[in-house]
Design a protein around this ligand. Structure first.
Ligand code: XLS
Ligand code: NI
Ligand code: NI
Length: 444
C-alpha cells in the first residue's frame, strides 16, 4: 500500500511552544496530565472523514481543486473506497489523534439497489475493523447521510412520502449497527433536510411528529442491540433547508421534552451552527450543559463576514476558552469529544494543508483547554458568578423560592421591610480583563 502523505514521514509530535517545525504540536501534548487525566483523554479529538477525504474542494461555482489521488480513479468504486480508507487511516495515524468519525456514504458507495448498498457498507466496515485493529485509532461516532441523495430532497423522516422515512430508517439501522460493531462511543443524527423550503406545502406539526417517531425508533434500536454509546442530535438553523427543525439547543431541548425523549438524546454542538443561529458558541454550550443535554462538539468556526457554514478550522483561543470553561466546569465529556467538522479553503490544495489545518486547530483547542482549566482552578468566573447571586442564599431569596410565598406576601414584605434594591456593577469589563489575563499568562 503506497503512502499518500509522503511529506510527513513520522507521526506529528509535541515539540513545545519554542519549536520552529510547522508540522509539530506546540501545545497539544497527549500525555500531559491535567487535573489527574491525560490531555488526550480530556479532549477526545476526532478527524472527520467527509470534508477531509471525500470532498475534492468543489463549490457551487467551481470544480474540485484538491490534490486527492484517492478520489481520482473511480472506475471500480469499491477499490476507490478502499484507497480512500487507506489514505484516511494513514492520516489519522500520522496526525496522532485518537478518534475518527464518518457517514455511511463516506466510507461505502451507493449500490444499484439497497441490497448492494448494504453489502458495500458491510465490506467497508470489515475493512475499517482491520484498520482500527492495526492502527489503534478508534471510532468516536458514526452517522448516516440522509441529505445528499435526491430521494431525501423533501426530507428523510420528515418526508411527505413514508417510503423516504422507511429508507432513512434502514440507513440509520445499518449505520448504528456499523458504529456499534466498530466500537464507536456515540452516534450522531444531523437533520440536514429535516426542515422546510416553504410553508405553502408543509404540514409542520405532522413533520415534527414523524421526526419524533423516527428518534423513538432509533432509541429503541440502540437498546435492542446493546449499544451503550450516546445518541446526539446536531442542531443547525438552516442550510440546506430554509428552516431546519433542530434550530438550536433550546429548540432541540423543547422538542425532546415535548416528545418525552429527554435523557435519551443529547446534542452535538457545532460552533458554526451556533453562530448561524445568531448565538455564540459559548451560549449554546452553556444552554446545553445547564439543561442536561450536552453531548459533544463539532469544532470549527464561521466567518463573521458571511452567513453560511464555512466550517473553518478553529483558531480563536478566546472563543474556545469560554465554551471549554463550561464543558470542563461540568466535568467534561462522557461519550462525546471534539470532532473536526472542518474544511480547508478551496485554495489550500496540497495534501499537507490537511496537516496544517488540523495541527493549528488542535493546538488552539489545547491552549483553550489549559486556559479554561486555569480559570476553573482559580475559580475566576465561578466565584464571580456565585458572588453575584449570593443574595438568593439569604432569607428573602429562600422565602421567595419557597411554597410559603405568594405575590401578595412578597408585596407585603416590600412594604413592611422597606425593601429598596440598589443596583450594583455587573463588572463585565473587569471580567473580560480577567479572561484575557488568563489567555495571555497561561504558559502552556
Ligand atoms: C453539516 C453538518 C454535518 C454533520 C454530520 O452542516 O455539520 O457535517 O456534522 O452529518
Ligand atoms: Ni456544519
Ligand atoms: Ni457538523
Amino acid at each position: 500500500m503506497a503512502d499518500f502523505f509522503t511529506d510527513v514521514s513520522e507521526p506529528i509530535r509535541y515539540e513545545g511552544p519554542g519549536t520552529a517545525n510547522p508540522l509539530a504540536y506546540r501545545v497539544y501534548d497527549p500525555d500531559r496530565i491535567v487535573a489527574g487525566k491525560r490531555m488526550e483523554d480530556h479532549l477526545r479529538i476526532a478527524v472527520c472523514y467527509w470534508h477531509s477525504f471525500n470532498w475534492p474542494g468543489s463549490d457551487i461555482f467551481g470544480d474540485g481543486t484538491f490534490d486527492r489521488p484517492w478520489l481520482g480513479d473511480v472506475s471500480d468504486e469499491m477499490d476507490a473506497a478502499r484507497q480512500k480508507m487507506d489514505a484516511a487511516f494513514e492520516f489519522f495515524s500520522k496526525l496522532g489523534t485518537p478518534y475518527f468519525c464518518f457517514h455511511d456514504r463516506d466510507i461505502a458507495p451507493d449500490g444499484a439497489d439497497y441490497r448492494e448498498t448494504l453489502s458495500n457498507l458491510h465490506a467497508m466496515v470489515d475493512y475499517a475493523a482491520e484498520k482500527i485493529e492495526r492502527t489503534g485509532v478508534k471510532l468516536l461516532w458514526g452517522t448516516a447521510n440522509l441529505f445528499s441523495h435526491p430521494r431525501f430532497a423533501a426530507g428523510a423522516s420528515t418526508n411527505p412520502n413514508p417510503e423516504a422515512f422507511a429508507y432513512a430508517a434502514a440507513q440509520v439501522r445499518h449505520a448504528l449497527d456499523a458504529t456499534h460493531r466498530l466500537g464507536g462511543t456515540s452516534y450522531v443524527l444531523w437533520g440536514g433536510r429535516e426542515g422546510y423550503e416553504t410553508l405553502l406545502n408543509t404540514l409542520m406539526k405532522r413533520e415534527a411528529d414523524q421526526l419524533a417517531r423516527f428518534l423513538e425508533l432509533v432509541v429503541e434500536h440502540k437498546r435492542k442491540i446493546g449499544f451503550d454509546g450516546q445518541l446526539f442530535i446536531e442542531p443547525k438553523p438552516q442550510e440546506p433547508t430554509k428552516h431546519q427543525y433542530d434550530y438550536d439547543c433550546a429548540t432541540v431541548h423543547g422538542f425532546l421534552e415535548r416528545y418525552d425523549l429527554l435523557g435519551e438524546l443529547f446534542v452535538n454542538i457545532e460552533v458554526n451552527h451556533a453562530t448561524l443561529a445568531g448565538h455564540s458558541f459559548h451560549h449554546e454550550v452553556k444552554y446545553a450543559v445547564e439543561n442536561g443535554i450536552f453531548g459533544s462538539v463539532d469544532a470549527n468556526r464561521g466567518d463573521p463576514q458571511n452567513g453560511w457554514d464555512t466550517d473553518q478550522f478553529p483558531n480563536s483561543v478566546e472563543e474556545m476558552t469560554l465554551a471549554l470553561h463550561e464543558i470542563f466546569g461540568a466535568g467534561g465529556f462522557d461519550r462525546g469529544g471534539f470532532n473536526f467538522d472542518t474544511k480547508l479553503r478551496r485554495q489550500s490544495m496540497d495534501r499537507t494543508d490537511l496537516f496544517h489545518g488540523h495541527i493549528g486547530g488542535i493546538d488552539t483547542l489545547a491552549k483553550a483547554f489549559l486556559v479554561a482549566m486555569d480559570l476553573l482552578e482559580k475559580e475566576t468566573l465561578t466565584r464571580a458568578r456565585t458572588d453575584r447571586y449570593a443574595g438568593w442564599k439569604g432569607d428573602l431569596g429562600a422565602y421567595i423560592m419557597s411554597t410559603e410565598a405568594s405575590l401578595a406576601s412578597i408585596a407585603d414584605r416590600v412594604l413592611e421591610e422597606g425593601i429598596d434594591p440598589q443596583p450594583v456593577s455587573g463588572r463585565q469589563e473587569a471580567l473580560e480583563n480577567l479572561v484575557n489575563h488568563a489567555v495571555w499568562s497561561e504558559s502552556s
